[in-house]
Design a protein around this ligand. Structure first.
Ligand code: NDP
Length: 433
């Protein structure tokens, strides 16, 4: 920690993971001898650059750009680009470090990376976004490539931004659609990428629940958020016979004991780009309240946080446990704070951590890379069935790791261990790299 004194997010991520890896090091002294952990926590490369851009009023601005190429032991660096004022080196390193193990868990040949900028896209015009993306890519293009580093979207980077980034890459280097994922279907994007994280979450949850001899059918579910992950988790959970009774946004939540209607949520969020409050205007049995959905006191079985980081604290986790929650699976990145996770563990709540539960997005991104290399597009069903296999396998790998190390249903440690072992073996085989 003395090496990175101003990187609290990165330190927290590293210490949490290292803690769960202790039994692996006892069993594998060769990892200690080769200082695998020392290498694992040091990015192979951390690039920081200036991003100058001009706003519509003619003013000059400068933002800071990052790309951290963390680990390429098992494949090209892969991870999103985040545009948000909070972005700094600590946050990019924390996300990049987590990405190494998440990507390993998918079973696909992708290493870990992450990037972004402290640029705030909120309130910017289309042409300002375009000029920013062009300037960002003017530097980034030197560092990426289909076999080297393949960025994707993250917070603040959706289809529009990927399009502008790709357009600038193409002007500088010629057509090569393998350099970014999350592209439009017209220029190399993959079917089922939009659905991937939400569907993947439910495929993982289904495997997790079946592993306990239980079933998703008839279970009552709280979902937070009403964005991309939440909507497709709602869709697949409902198809699988569960009843989702809430969705939310950063202002409030709607609760309907009869179950949330997917089409109405899609109409409000995907078509009208409105607020979740409007759901209660359209569906008379639903009730809208301001505040956090995790403060709503109702009996239910499964919590699926799909909004944002640290949305569930220790007190809210205690309420969920009192309300009868048996399973938590994380669609968002780091939605449960450390007190919440401790509460789950103390009360035998089965906990599926983000790294495992939301890996479906990056998994389908890797399938987009495969399609780009082949110059082919696979059908929706083909991508979806591969996604399902991958998510079921992630549960199985975590469960197998628990069994190997004598852990009791600790799917967080299991995911860390299973993700780590593949990377560690690859690093060991490659010598001093
Ligand atoms: P979206 O921007 O589509 O949706 C986010 C949702 O969360 C919105 O409904 C938003 O409401 C809500 N939200 C944001 N902040 C808060 C808050 N403080 N309190 C309550 N609700 C809030 O994002 P995604 O669905 O794509 O991503 C959600 C999470 O999943 C993020 O953590 C992301 O990193 C993670 N993730 C996403 C993947 C993907 O493929 N999309 C892949 C892996 C992880 P509002 O409209 O009010 O802002």
């Amino acid at each position: 920690s003395q090496r990175d004194p101003n990187q609290p997010e990165f330190q927290e991520a590293v210490f949490t993971v290292l803690d769960t890896l202790k039994p692996v090091l006892v069993k594998h002294p060769e990892y200690v001898k080769a200082n695998i952990l020392g290498s694992l926590v040091e990015p192979e490369r951390a690039i920081q650059f200036r991003v100058p851009w001009q706003s519509d009023d003619g003013a000059y601005h400068v933002n800071r750009g990052f790309r951290v190429q963390f680990n390429s032991a098992i494949g090209p660096y892969k991870g999103g680009l985040r545009l948000h004022p909070s972005v700094n080196l600590s946050i990019v390193k924390f996300l990049g470090f987590e990405q190494i193990l998440k990507n390993s868990l998918t079973g696909l040949p992708i290493g870990g990376g992450k990037g972004g900028s402290d640029f705030n896209p909120k309130g910017k015009s289309d042409s300002e976004i375009m000029r920013f993306c062009q300037s960002f890519m003017t530097e980034l293009q030197r560092h990426i490539g289909p076999d080297l580093d393949v960025p994707a979207g993250d917070i603040g980077v959706g289809g529009r931004e990927i399009g502008y980034l790709y357009g600038q890459y193409k002007r500088l280097n010629g057509s090569q659609n393998g350099i970014l994922t999350g592209k439009g279907l017209e220029y190399g994007g993959s079917l089922a990428r939009t659905e991937a994280t939400g569907f993947g979450l439910i495929y993982y949850l289904d495997a997790l629940i079946k592993g306990q001899g239980d079933s998703l059918k008839g279970k009552k579910v709280k979902i937070s958020g009403s964005g991309n992950v939440a909507i497709y988790a709602l869709k697949k959970a409902t198809e699988n016979g569960a009843k989702v009774v809430t969705v939310s946004d950063s202002n409030g939540y709607v609760y309907d004991e009869n179950g949330i209607d997917l089409k109405t949520v899609q109409q409000i969020k995907e078509v009208e780009r409105g607020r979740i409050k409007e759901y209660a205007d359209k569906i008379s049995t639903a009730k809208y309240s301001e505040g956090s959905v995790w403060d709503l006191d109702i009996d239910y079985d499964i919590a699926l946080p799909c909004a944002t980081q640290n949305e569930i604290d220790g007190k809210q986790a205690a309420l969920a446990i009192k309300d009868g929650v048996k399973y938590v699976a994380e669609g968002a990145n780091m939605p449960s704070d450390s007190d919440a996770i401790a509460a789950y563990k103390d009360n035998n709540v089965i906990y599926g951590p983000a790294k495992a539960a939301n890996a479906g997005g990056v998994a389908v991104s890797a399938l987009e890379m495969s399609q780009n290399s082949e110059r082919l597009s696979w059908s929706f069903d083909d991508v979806d069935s591969r996604l399902k296999d991958i998510m079921e396998n992630i549960y199985k790998m975590s469960d197998d790791a628990d069994k190997e190390y004598g852990l009791e249903k600790d799917y967080q440690a299991g995911a860390n261990i299973a993700g780590f072992e593949k990377v560690a073996k690859a690093m060991l085989a490659q010598g001093l790299v």
